[in-house]
Design a binder for this molecule. Structure first.
Ligand code: ADP
Ligand code: MG
Length: 139
C-alpha cells in the first residue's frame, strides 16, 4: 500500500462501508470456492493495491474466490442482485457502494483476476488545492 496518497474528496464513514462490503464479498467468494477449511499456500487471498497517477487515486481489491461469470458481471451493481442464499445476502452492497463512489465523483469497476477470482477497481479524482478555503462543494 502506498502511504503517501494525496487526499480525495469523500466521506470517510461512507467510504468505510464501501470497503467493508468489498472485503466481505471477497471473503464470501473465497469461502464459497475453497470452503472454510485451511487452504493451501496462496489459495485464499485478498490483495489490496493503491496507486496515484495523473491526478487519480486508484485502489484494487482482488480475491481468489469464485469470480463472477461473464454473463453476470453487468448485473452485480444492480440493486437486489445477489447469488447468496436468503438471509445471507441482500444484494444491496454493491449498488449502495456504486452510489457512494459516484457521489465522490469516482468510479467502481470489476474485472476477472488471474486466479479465477474477481478484482474491484475504485478510482477517485485527487482533491484539488483550494488555497486554504473549503472545497467548492463545501465538504
Ligand atoms: N468478490 C466477489 N467475488 C464473486 N462474486 C462477487 C464478489 N463481489 C460481489 N459478487 C457478486 O455480486 C453479488 C452482489 O453483491 P452485493 O451487492 O455486495 O450483495 P450481497 O453481498 O448481499 O450478495 C453477490 O451476491 C455475488 O454474486
Ligand atoms: Mg455484499
Amino acid at each position: 500500500m502506498n502511504p503517501d496518497l494525496p487526499k480525495i474528496n469523500a466521506d470517510p464513514g461512507r467510504l468505510e462501508q464501501v470497503f467493508i462490503n468489498l472485503l466481505i464479498n471477497a471473503r464470501d467468494a473465497i469461502e464459497e470456492r475453497w470452503g472454510i477449511a485451511e487452504a493451501g499456500p496462496g489459495e485464499k487471498r485478498i490483495l489490496l493495491a493503491t496507486q496515484v497517477a495523473e491526478q487519480v487515486v486508484s485502489c484494487e481489491i482482488c480475491d481468489t474466490g469464485t469470480g463472477i461469470p461473464a454473463n453476470l458481471i453487468e448485473k452485480v451493481f444492480e440493486p437486489f442482485f445477489t447469488t447468496k442464499q436468503a438471509g445471507k445476502g441482500t444484494g444491496l452492497g454493491l449498488s449502495i457502494s456504486y452510489g457512494i463512489v459516484k457521489d465522490c465523483r469516482g468510479s467502481i469497476k470489476v474485472k476477472p483476476h488471474a486466479s479465477g477470482g474477481a478484482c474491484f477497481i475504485l478510482e477517485f479524482p485527487v482533491l484539488e488545492k483550494t488555497h486554504g478555503k473549503k472545497d467548492p462543494i463545501g465538504r
